[in-house]
Write a protein that binds this ligand. Sequence first.
Ligand SMILES: [Mg+2]
Ligand SMILES: [Zn+2]
Length: 190
Amino acid sequence: MVADRAGRDWCLFLDRDGVLNRQIVGDYVRSWPQFQWLPGAFAALEQLSDWAPHIVVVTNQQGIGKKLMTADQVSSIHARIAGELALSRVTIDEFRVCPHLDMASCRCRKPAPGMVLDWLRVHPDVDPTLSLVVGDSPSDIAMARNVAAATGGCSSVQIGTQKPSARADATFGSLWDLATAVGQTREGHD
Ligand SMILES: [Mg+2]
Ligand SMILES: [Zn+2]
């Protein structure tokens, strides 16, 4: 999983809620005080940003479509995340958000692959077949499969074990566990 990506242009696509921060059950992260980093997630990003040439967050935020929050509120949360990470010189290339209702059947709400495909379209040098989707939900893993169907390949890693998907290429307890595994493998190859 590690050696074949060295020196290549690829992207780590990260789900947000349940991977970076605590998911709020029955609600949405509407404001910065509600955003809580999961244990080890920030440190994991410090490690993963050394490994991945690009990091893009792809997140369904149906609460915008439900008018429970505005797109600007979500953008300002993402600006705060980026600001905290910048202090550790970690860069998120972009935050891609699907604001639509489930019932809208848009092309960007996961498991649809639109958010990833749109980003890949403007980054033609990035190899989708070496790219990796990391998420905690079956819809993240299904999105990776849909990206693969459209581009010829894309791997998936499922975080957490609440709803394990047999279709993920790998599973880890947390983003930190993934970062640790990557770090160990890289040491072995350096
Ligand atoms: Mg999630
Ligand atoms: Zn959408």
